[in-house]
Design a protein around this ligand. Structure first.
Ligand SMILES: *[C@@H]1O[C@H](CO)[C@@H](O)[C@H](O)[C@H]1NC(C)=O
Ligand SMILES: *[C@@H]1O[C@H](CO)[C@@H](O)[C@H](O)[C@H]1NC(C)=O
Ligand SMILES: *[C@@H]1O[C@H](CO)[C@@H](O)[C@H](O)[C@H]1NC(C)=O
Ligand SMILES: *[C@@H]1O[C@H](CO)[C@@H](O)[C@H](O)[C@H]1NC(C)=O
Length: 456
């Protein structure tokens, strides 16, 4: 695209130099320029298509260059999934795709899906989603990439492995997300999440820092204890917190590379497959999000804005950390200062109701009266769940985060959020169209999927 822009700039410069030319020559020149432009555009289209279908990135790619430097940094919405599994296809259409076209503005950046290279069914699925997106949502740039299996089978299969080879492959891939985009920021999505409220810049950034949420109140769960073990093994440094409580997880692209480099250095190996096998090789489960963000805590703390909630005392908590790495009050947030923007659908089906609530609250602030919303008369307090650190367990947490003295603060946070969204709808033409949801449901039907309705 930058190539095209500079080409146009050249043309404009050329045209101003043309004042001196005769009319006949001028027409000839314009004709020439238009032909060049057409040839250029068709090349762009052809090569982009080829790249999307054929590119199988190498493991060593580490380019820091980013060609996109418009007003705000581009963010790649990135999803790793197995395209041959029907359940995952359904999740993609009914959860992610359907809610993305409602709540994730295409101006934030492209979407990248990473599928299995060796699977014919994945290639077919990739083609279907590209066709559907191009035809119905051309403003959402979508790329599909294919990832080869790791060379060593033992990366995915070993005695006593807590998860299936397919699941382990997702864990493995999570350390390489930087290979699938050149954008400076990656919005790491899980394969079973849906957006629940419009994503705003304020929910992503705090100044120039990327917001991180995390909490330690799940530390008594056996699998979280196991994450702590594998994470500490990987990094040689303590697990900081459970960072699996939210998505998308926004991570600078180069943090992935730095994290791999650190892990390989820690294990004195030059191949990440070897390193991976050294920290994930027994019954203990692994959370790549928690490894990468624990890495960021120790080595790139200032690039991120930490919003953690602890269930133990800070003094007690800090005993585990080396000097200079302790958590301070400035890293804590008992109540989120921005709403969660997604939820894990299989674990929180009841939260689906909030999709319509958020849609209606946004349009109300923008001054749009919609029939579907007038029926309900939603208020900000219907959205209180979104201010919890852990949406999955929101019903079990007592007292409710937004109860009692906290109610005013919660209302303020949600009020700010919806004012930002409402203003964007009015001023920048941010779109929030339920018709997009209908379109994705129809596309899902075309490929044999039926999504549960979101309207009520
Ligand atoms: C995608 O679109 C192309 C071009 O229109 C078509 O040739 C191809 O069959 C489509 N693929 C699928 C899987 O629908
Ligand atoms: C890596 O090598 C260094 C120096 O030889 C050694 O001190 C360290 O224990 C090794 N690390 C691991 C994880 O084996
Ligand atoms: C909507 O809620 C407001 C405030 O709670 C209330 O005053 C109003 O009567 C309600 N309207 C309808 C149509 O239920
Ligand atoms: C709410 O705040 C008041 C005044 O600061 C305090 O007395 C009261 O204990 C608080 N209630 C709760 C439930 O925290």
């Amino acid at each position: 695209m930058n190539g095209l822009l500079s080409f146009i700039a050249q043309v404009v410069r050329l045209k101003s130099a043309m004042g001196r030319l005769q009319r006949y020559e001028f027409k000839f020149f314009v004709g020439l320029i238009i032909s060049f432009l057409l040839i250029y555009l068709s090349f762009e289209v052809i090569f982009k298509n080829e790249l999307i279908r054929e590119r199988a990135p190498t493991r060593t790619g580490s380019s820091h260059s980013s060609s996109d430097t418009p007003r705000s940094p581009q963010i790649t919405l990135l999803l790793r999934m197995p395209g041959k599994v029907m359940e995952h296809r359904a999740r993609y259409y009914c959860d992610l795709f359907r809610s993305t076209v409602l709540f994730w503005p295409p101006s934030f950046g492209k979407t990248v899906i990473v599928l299995d290279e060796e699977s014919q069914a994945d290639h077919e699925f990739g083609e279907i989603v590209i066709n559907h997106t191009r035809k119905h949502f051309p403003e959402y740039r979508l790329e599909v990439n294919y990832e080869a299996l790791p060379k060593d089978k033992r990366v995915l299969e070993f005695p006593g492995a807590p998860r299936s080879p397919g699941y382990n492959r997702q864990l493995w891939s999570s350390f390489f997300f930087d290979l699938y985009t050149n954008d400076p920021i990656i919005a790491w999505m899980d394969s079973d999440v849906a957006f629940i409220t419009p994503v705003t810049k304020s929910s992503i950034f705090s100044g120039t820092k990327l917001r991180v949420l995390g909490w330690d109140c799940t530390f008594h769960f056996p699998w979280v204890k196991q994450w702590a073990i594998t994470s500490e093994r990987a990094l040689g440094l303590p697990f900081v917190a459970d960072y699996m409580s939210y998505f998308p997880v926004y991570i600078y692209r180069d943090t992935f590379l730095h994290c791999r480099e650190h892990i390989m250095k820690h294990w004195n190996v030059s191949d990440f497959e070897q390193a991976f096998r050294l920290f994930y090789n027994d019954r203990n489960m692994l959370s790549p999000v928690s490894v990468v963000l624990s890495y960021a805590w120790f080595f790139e703390r200032d690039r991120y804005d930490w919003n953690m909630k602890l269930c133990s005392s800070l003094t007690e908590y800090n005993k585990r950390f080396p000097a200079g790495a302790s958590v301070g009050p400035e890293h804590l947030a008992d109540i989120l200062s921005q709403p969660q923007t997604t939820f894990h659908v299989p674990y929180g089906e009841f939260l689906s109701a909030n999709i319509l609530i958020s849609y209606c609250l946004s349009h109300e602030v923008a001054g749009n009266r919609l029939a579907v919303c007038e029926k309900h008369n939603f208020s900000l307090s219907d959205n209180f769940y979104l201010l919890h650190h852990d949406l999955q367990r929101v019903k079990e947490i007592q007292p409710n985060t937004c109860a009692g003295n906290n109610t005013d603060y919660c209302l303020q946070v949600l009020d700010c959020h919806y004012k930002e969204v409402g203003l964007e709808i009015k001023q920048n033409g941010r779109e929030l169209l339920w018709s997009n949801v209908d379109v994705v449901e129809k596309l899902g039907n075309e490929v044999g999927l039926t999504c549960k309705p979101l309207l009520y």
